[in-house]
Write a protein that binds this ligand. Sequence first.
Ligand code: NAD
Length: 257
Amino acid sequence: MRLADKVALITGAASGIGKETASLFAQEGAKIVAVDLNDSDGEKTVSEVNSAGGDAIYVNANVSKSSDCEHMVKAAEEKYGKLNVMFNNAGIMDSRDDNAQVTEEEVWDLTMAINLKGVFLGCKFGIPAMQKAGGGSIINTASFVGLMGAATPQVAYTASKGGVISLTRELAVIHARENIRVNALCPGPLRTELLMKFLDTEAKKQKRLVHIPMGRFGEAKEMAKAALFLASDESSYTTGTEFVVDGGITSAYVTPE
Ligand code: NAD
């Protein structure tokens, strides 16, 4: 088992990438602290993990709140005695997010609070726990849009993910000699609720698919497998990376028809 004896905290575990990761990490031997705001779906993740023979607890936390992030890390230590893996994965894409002129400050602030400050707070409270544990692996979910401009305007989302990548690099450098690795996972467009609620017609899907060399959306399960590599000791020399898992989208350009 690739995560035997490890304790992993996963935010955004009620849905999409976080849910699939909770299940995969548990199959690989990790004890799971599943964190979300959506209690019913978060509890569902945990009951599925536990009925498949895993060991998981659910913790309600809003990652944009300092006291909640402190609480979720404490809950991990109280239940399982330590923290080895922190997957700062919760995020939102607000339907009102647009270009700079149109996007309201409220949308900017909310997006930054969850997508960027949420990652900062996870690290703020997760890192001391990892120092106590003798090291660990932090995975911060960014996005391919943090590496390039998105064709569909969503300035707050894109800027928040760029911030996650920069924060990740700096923390990786600061904590490298403490045996704490910090990597950003940069997914391409995925077939999860977050994106599909916007791409709700075949025409909209096709407009996006034309940019993806593989010609399909990624699956949450495929991100879980990448997160597993970053969480496990197999990635022991990997830190500060933008770990891109995107069907080739960041390598492609499209000539308009
Ligand atoms: P999802 O909507 O399926 O899951 C996100 C989860 O985060 C939900 O369970 C939600 O309840 C939770 N969440 C939202 N705000 C929260 C908060 N303040 N505190 C705690 N939990 C909160 O989306 P997903 O596709 O699995 O996205 C996971 C991550 O991947 C996000 O950071 C997203 O930006 C990123 N991402 C997604 C895509 C994509 O195409 N879906 C692409 C690149 C990056």
